[in-house]
Write a protein that binds this ligand. Structure first.
Ligand SMILES: [Zn+2]
Length: 71
């Protein structure tokens, strides 16, 4: 399934059954390989303050057939 995960200062998306854990790295939908820190995991007290990765957002929308924002 597609899910969001903050990593390396951005909220990226990935396709995975389980959420990544601290110490994991994952290949985001945008193609970046990013590393997850403890403070990136909400279940462990982290806060998602990072901005959305719009490249991941675009790939997600394409896969799910969600229209792009038009501004
Ligand atoms: Zn991304």
């Amino acid at each position: 399934m597609l899910r969001w995960q903050q990593a390396e200062g951005k909220r990226h998306a990935l396709n995975a059954k389980l959420a990544p854990r601290p110490g994991d790295s994952f290949r985001a939908l945008c193609g970046e390989e990013v590393f997850v820190e403890r403070e990136d995991v909400v279940a462990l007290g982290g806060q998602w303050l990072a901005g959305t990765c719009w490249d991941c957002d675009a790939v997600w929308r394409k896969r799910e057939n969600i229209p792009q924002f038009t501004s």
